[in-house]
Ligand binder design. Sequence first.
Ligand code: DCP
Length: 532
Amino acid sequence: MTCNDKVICLIDMDCFFAQVEQREKPELLGLPVAVFQASASRSGVGGIIALSYEAKNLGVRRGMNQQEAFAVCKDLKPCVVPFAEHLRKPDIQKYRNASKEVFDVLQNFFKGVVVEKASIDEAFIDLTPLVDKKLHEDRTGYLERFEPRLGALDSTHLADGTDLDENYDRAVLMKKWYHEYCKMDNDHLRMLIASEMVDALRKAILDKTKFQCSAGISTNKMLAKLACARHKPRQQTILPHAFCMKILDDTPIGDVRYLGGLTGANIREVLNIQTMGELAAVPFATLEEVCPDKANWLYRTSRGFSDEPVKLRHLVSSIATSKQFAGRSALVSVAKVREWLSGLAKELCKRLNEDRTTNRRTATKIVLSFSQPDRHSSKTLPLNTYDPTNIFETTMAAFESALRSEIRGDSCPSITCLTLSASHFALPSLHEQQKTMSEWVEKRRLERQERMMPTTSNRNPDDLDWEFLQELPEDIRAEVLHERNLEKAKKLKMKANVEEPKAKAPEKRKRKAEPPKKEVISKKLDTFFKKR
Ligand code: DCP
């Protein structure tokens, strides 16, 4: 049983949506803030989806409605997720944009590591290569240099099982661990090296986005997640593999990655156990009997082993819009389904277009899913256009076709959920890439020209538009600059020739040496597009 030689970190933003609201309205910083879901009900406000730690500490809980929340905390500051443009359903684009800011930092902070987007506010990072490089470069030097810095890791905790005790002293435990384990054992030292890196990363996230986060550092994703949850917010926790049984022993089965749902509930019920420690005590033969397809995985997981790699992923693999119609709000008429599906298609297209602009990719499949009280159905269709009318008509036809025998006039069977999900992204065709780039370059050029209009008279006509230049792809920029330098050199040479009595006619040379600036740029752009 190997695979505990990795160094994996989980970054989890603290009370993410609440932080986004607090950054937008700084007067809410340090106060109990609750983010409520928008709701189509009369009040327009649904349950709580995120809470600042001040609100959590006062006893407000996720899922509470307004009345329940204010009964617990009368000073609660409510924020409500806005409705989408085309539908009376919540629009979380603001939080997605904030998430992108965080992921931009995550992707660029370390060189040569794999970052996996796990959710809107969580990422796994495989730090193994960076940590091993540091360890093997100069182990002794690292330890000598590190010692005075131990105190600086003031938000780092060690999960050894005593870290949740009442008399837990973070600094004392860290110091003891450093002297008794890190100095002697590379498995522990690697965790320490990683914790310095993660500390720096968290500071960079705060610096660039103003958002606070927590982190877990361990030998696999499952343990990193458990570690992260132990000390929140604004903290990071190390869980060396040697201590993982001390943690797993008391960990409820449902707290473990992939065991929070039905699988975990079944295991608890069938084996009549509650914790990972109890699961580890179940003989393999029994696991094989009750859960043959997962026995091996359960056996290893309960002992803190997991091979699940950190996958290179920073883009979502599908984009979906969905709406639930619970209880009496279930849709029972074709007209209502049409209305909602049309709104969902518009909303989906808006997001797909944004995604195409940002990520330069196009979805090629769309799945229509709908739920009825007793069943769930879905239909996968090709996606050839981002036109909302076309998507609506295609998916509506699929819906009507699937329920053909049950639809009577305008009445249809009760629908409790409608979802449109686009996936199977492809990179744009070469032709499309060239078209988009040309359009973009032309648009930017016109914008710049417009902005420069009033001041053109003050400008040296030989000047390049530096702002515009900065936005060009790097290779074109280099070529344009090179061309400009050549021009300058020619001009200087020409000037020298004019001053020399034996120089040739300057007029003729001048015309040859000074091609109009725009021609030079567009020639280079043409070459660029041909190359692509
Ligand atoms: N979220 C949501 N609906 C839920 C759960 C979460 O819309 N049922 C949103 C709001 C959260 C964000 O996702 O801010 C991230 O969820 P987390 O579970 O990571 O919780 P928080 O970041 O809010 O808090 P914590 O600091 O405990 O991670």
